[in-house]
Every structure is written in structure tokens, then in C-alpha cells.
Design a protein around this ligand. Structure first.
Ligand SMILES: NC(=O)c1ccc[n+]([C@@H]2O[C@H](COP(=O)([O-])OP(=O)(O)OC[C@H]3O[C@@H](n4cnc5c(N)ncnc54)[C@H](O)[C@@H]3O)[C@@H](O)[C@H]2O)c1
Length: 267
């Protein structure tokens, strides 16, 4: 189950956090992975850890808002490992400000990374994914990192929510367009709840600042208590879902959204 032997994956924003854990787990599952990020030193460290554990990984500088970087990243995957079977559009940013507080520059950054980045990755990896799909029984796969904030409203960051809502529907539309064109690329999204990463911590800081506090600890406690399963998520919880969606075990999943949130949106 959930094996990726012989597959080649490109993961954006994978120097750390959910993307980093996904790279590690994909390599462990038999894939060759290309990590693309703007945090070059951290990305090289993640590659070192994966290769030290016997996995195959490479790092490439990838700012997801740049077409040239995407072209180079896809070329790196096909050049180093011969093809590209899996794209994980994972890079994302969170601002944590209200509608009346966020600046236009901050909004533009959210849109550039969370939406333009996903669009460019999808467009510029499509040809290579299509090519790999020709010799794969169950085709190639794209997994987009949306959020539960892309399914239900977020009072903490309504603009982040808007970008993730966009990713949710773009996933379904891409699945339909690529199916209509017979590309054999499955496209699905994953919707994490609050996960303990740098971004997860930013959400606690944002909650604390709403109450005029610099201490994120009470916010972390409050959020933890609000999760029906009783704990915050960890990157591995999400990485397992991403590996599943990328694997042939999800061969009949297309245009779907996998919610991994400990029950938060069940209520
Ligand atoms: N942590 C959570 O609670 C949570 C919840 C729901 C969804 N998500 C989503 O999961 C994904 C991963 O988040 P995370 O929690 O691991 O966050 P993180 O901040 O730990 O990691 C995000 C990564 O994206 C990279 N990145 C940022 N801008 C980039 C750019 N322009 N080009 C390339 N890389 C860039 C960062 O350098 C970093 O390595 C994001 O899309 C996020 O929105 C996270």
C-alpha cells in the first residue's frame, strides 16, 4: 500500500514543514524526489537527510511565482531522474490579518504564492506529467495543498481562505480539463486542519495578537482543545494523505478533496 517505487516527484515548498515531511515519506516509499523552495540552505539539509537515509533526492531553487523557475525545476526532475510522475503544489504562505488590516502588498503576495504558484506549476509540469502517464497503468498525479480554510470560512485569515478556496475549485477544474484532454493526470487536493509547522505557529501568533497578547501559548491550547480528536496535527498526518493521493492506491480518485483535520470540519 502507498508505494511509489520508480516514481519521480516534484514538491514545491518542501524545504521544511508538510512539504519536507512529504519528501521524506515519498523517498521512503520508493520515489525519487525533487525539492523546490526559496529556502535554499534548509532545502539542501532536507536533501542530505533523505539521501543519508538511503533515499534519492535533489534540491532546486524554485520560487513558485516564477515561470522560469518552474521550467528549470521540471527540467531538473526529468534531467536527473528521467521523467515526472507526481507534482505536489505545496508551497504556501499565511498572513493572518483581517479584511480591513491586510495591505495590498500582503494580499498580492498571498495570491502570487498560493494561487499563481499552483496555476504555474500545473501548467508547466503538465507536459512532463502527461508524457510519464503514457507508460503508467494508472497515470500521473497532481496533489494540491488546499486547507480546511478552503472549504469553510476563516475568521482568522479571510484572504488566505479565499486563496485556498480557489485552490479547492482549481483542483476540480484541472481534473476535468485534463480528463477532457485525455492527459491521464489525476488531480486532487488535501485539506489539512491546524498542523504543527512554522505556518501553524503563525496562526497561533495571529490569534494571540487579536487579543493584544504576544504569547501564542493560550491560543495553541485553545485550538488544541477545539480539535475533536484532541490533538494538533503533525506534518506526517498530512504527508501520509499526500502519498496516498499520489500513489496508485488512489487510482480512481480525481477532482477530490481529502480532509485531514482531526474532525474540525465535521461539526
Ligand atoms: N500548517 C498548517 O496548519 C496548514 C493548514 C492548512 C494548509 N496548510 C498548507 O500546507 C502547505 C505547507 O504549509 P506548512 O504548514 O508546511 O508551512 P511552512 O511555512 O512550514 O512551509 C511552507 C514552505 O513553502 C515555502 N515557500 C513560501 N513561499 C514560497 C515561494 N514563493 N516559492 C517556493 N516556496 C515557497 C517556504 O519557504 C516553506 O518551506 C501550505 O500550502 C499551507 O497553506 C498548512
Amino acid at each position: 500500500m502507498n508505494r511509489l517505487d520508480g516514481k519521480v516527484a516534484l514538491i514545491s515548498g518542501a524545504s521544511r514543514g508538510i512539504g519536507g515531511e512529504t519528501a521524506r515519506l515519498m523517498a521512503q516509499a520508493g520515489a525519487s524526489v525533487v525539492i523546490g523552495d526559496v529556502l535554499d540552505d534548509r532545502g539542501q539539509e532536507t536533501v542530505k537527510a533523505i539521501t543519508a537515509a538511503g533515499g534519492k533526492a535533489q534540491y532546486v531553487h524554485l520560487d513558485v511565482t516564477s515561470e522560469q523557475d518552474w521550467i528549470a525545476a521540471v527540467n531538473r526532475a526529468t534531467g536527473a531522474f528521467g521523467k515526472l510522475d507526481i507534482l505536489v503544489n505545496n508551497a504556501g504562505v499565511f498572513i493572518g490579518k483581517g479584511i480591513e488590516e491586510i495591505s495590498i502588498a500582503e494580499w498580492n503576495k498571498l495570491v502570487a504564492v498560493n494561487m499563481t504558484g499552483v496555476f504555474l506549476g500545473t501548467r508547466l509540469a503538465a507536459q512532463a506529467l502527461r508524457e510519464a502517464a503514457k507508460s503508467s497503468e494508472h497515470g500521473s498525479a497532481i496533489v494540491n495543498l488546499a486547507s480546511i480554510a478552503g472549504i469553510v470560512g476563516s475568521q482568522l485569515d479571510p484572504l488566505y481562505s479565499m486563496t485556498k478556496g480557489g485552490v479547492t475549485l482549481f483542483t476540480k477544474s484541472t481534473a476535468l480539463e485534463f480528463a477532457r484532454k485525455s492527459y491521464r493526470i489525476r488531480v486532487n487536493s488535501i485539506h489539512p486542519g491546524v498542523i504543527q509547522t512554522d505556518m501553524g505557529e503563525q496562526t497561533f501568533v495571529a490569534r494571540a495578537s487579536r487579543t493584544g497578547s504576544n504569547d501564542p501559548a493560550p491560543a495553541r491550547q485553545m485550538v488544541t482543545e477545539s480539535v475533536p480528536w484532541g490533538r494538533l496535527g503533525v506534518p506526517l498526518d498530512i504527508a501520509k494523505g499526500i502519498v496516498f493521493l499520489a500513489s496508485d492506491d488512489a487510482a480512481y480518485m480525481n477532482g477530490s478533496g481529502l480532509v485531514v483535520d482531526g474532525g474540525v470540519t465535521a461539526a
